[in-house]
Design a binder for this molecule. Structure first.
Ligand code: SF4
Length: 447
């Protein structure tokens, strides 16, 4: 498990007033009012063979749901969305739409301004969930039981679809709370008002799902026992190991994992009590790096720098995320890799070496520079920890077929722990759903 943030003299709480903090952590994309949704939906051309739909990993019929909003039936629009993506509410908040559906929207291509698909999706799903409605009903019980391990996006999506088909599902999670990355792994300003937990309460209304928290595979759970107690097992255990920097002095105080910082922030009841450095350096180029950097700034850090070893165009964080970071005052330094963490006990400076890339290969130039830091976050990716024995791996993930079947009969996997995919919430939801369909077909003798 990632380590917690160690405190040093430079890392203190209460840098900003409570009012400023609540303003800083307000909703990133405020919800549309109904008249705004009407105007936004009016911009859609309802394209035949819509490119936005092809770009959506969950294949939501985007022109159909936008037309349903336009015709004043947002709850029907929500059903169109949720039928493909049961976490459509969260995906509307966290999907990098600018590199998926909105990037290919014909309005974007022609005018540089796409139909705001993500915000329209949020309008529809918020409307339905706000009315307390759950639009799906559970089929008659099949008498089959399935263990779903990991209550993150893949596990939740899989559990819901299985329950809808009439199977009894036990949904296990290692943490004290369900939600996985939705609850612990994304910036607070993307999921305000405890939305991740609300969405789970809403999802469980389908019935037939028992949630058991504090149950870890390799700890209280073993794959053999799960297999003997259930008719099928789905693993959506994510990636819980944190890669190391491989730089001298990495063990100094003030150096910690960005994922722990983000989790602490999401679970904090009082942001004012959350410590942050004055000079913060984040190493990495993905969404986690941006989420940690932006939130450090919003908590009151004075200087925040993201350092990434390759060029800006290679960053995992989209252009939108990079621009968001810059707009909050975060400085991004590309083409530099960490060499050493200096300081006497606690970090004081981080030393970097400039890099070049030739033929796709990264190499240091020998030229170095230093950045002052009292807090350093590592955001250089996560790895699979505690994969059960007997499962074939592909690279460092669990090898799966197109429908999530692993090398072990009766065991499926999806989301970040499984091979393929691109580690997005929306992809994990699609993989959980597709594995559930395959499990259902297998259990009912269709395969
Ligand atoms: Fe509407 Fe844009 Fe999709 Fe066309 S590509 S259907 S205009 S959202």
């Amino acid at each position: 498990m990632p380590e917690a943030t160690p405190l040093t003299p430079g890392i203190t709480s209460g840098r900003l007033s409570a009012d400023t903090l609540s303003e800083n952590f307000d909703d990133l994309h405020p919800a549309y009012a109904p008249h705004e949704a009407a105007v936004a939906s009016d911009r859609c051309y309802f394209c035949h063979d819509a490119p936005c739909m092809t770009a959506c990993p969950t294949d939501i019929d985007i022109p159909l749901f936008i037309r349903q909003i336009q015709t004043g039936t947002p709850e029907a629009a929500a059903k169109t969305i949720l039928g493909q993506n049961i976490l459509g509410g969260m995906c509307a908040r966290v999907c990098p739409t600018e590199t998926l559906c909105e990037e290919v929207c014909v309005r974007e291509v022609a005018e540089g301004k796409p139909v705001e698909i993500g915000r329209l999706q949020r309008f529809a799903t918020d409307t339905l969930m706000g009315a307390g409605k759950h639009p799906f009903t559970r089929a008659a019980s099949t008498g089959k039981s399935v263990a779903v391990v990991g209550a993150g996006p893949a596990g939740l999506s899989c559990a819901h679809r299985l329950a809808m088909h009439g199977h009894d599902v036990t949904l296990f999670d290692a943490r004290a709370k369900a939600g996985g990355l939705n609850e612990f792994g994304i910036a607070a300003y993307k999921s305000t008002d405890n939305f991740a937990a609300q969405e789970i309460d809403w999802l469980l209304k389908i019935g037939g799902i028992t949630v058991e928290t504090g149950q870890k595979l390799g700890g209280s759970l073993s794959l053999d026992k799960l297999k003997s107690d259930h008719d099928a097992v789905f693993l959506g255990i994510g990636l819980s190991g944190v890669n190391s920097l491989r730089a001298d002095g990495e063990e100094r105080d003030g150096v910690s994992d960005a994922v722990s910082f983000i989790a602490d922030l999401r679970q904090a009841s009082d942001l004012n009590a959350l410590p942050v450095g004055r000079n913060v350096v984040v190493i990495g180029g993905g969404m986690t790096a941006v989420d940690a950097a932006v939130q450090s700034k919003l908590l009151g850090a004075q200087n925040v720098t993201i350092v990434y070893r390759r060029g800006l165009d290679q960053m995992g964080a989209s252009k939108f995320e990079q621009d968001l970071a810059s707009s909050k005052g975060v400085h991004i330094v590309p083409n530099a890799q960490p060499v050493a963490v200096h300081g006497n006990g606690a970090v004081k400076e981080v030393e970097f070496e400039y890099t070049t890339t030739s033929d796709g290969k990264l190499a240091g130039t020998g030229e170095t520079f230093r950045i002052s830091a009292d807090q350093l976050f590592k955001a250089i990716g996560q790895s699979l920890e505690g994969a059960p024995e007997g499962l074939t791996l592909e690279g460092r993930k669990i090898a799966v077929s197109d429908t999530g079947a692993t090398s072990l009969g009766g065991v499926w996997a999806g989301g970040d722990c499984a091979s393929g995919g691109d580690d997005l919430t929306v992809t994990a939801v699609a993989e959980g759903r597709d594995a559930a369909e395959d499990i259902h077909a297998t259990l009912m003798g269709g395969k």
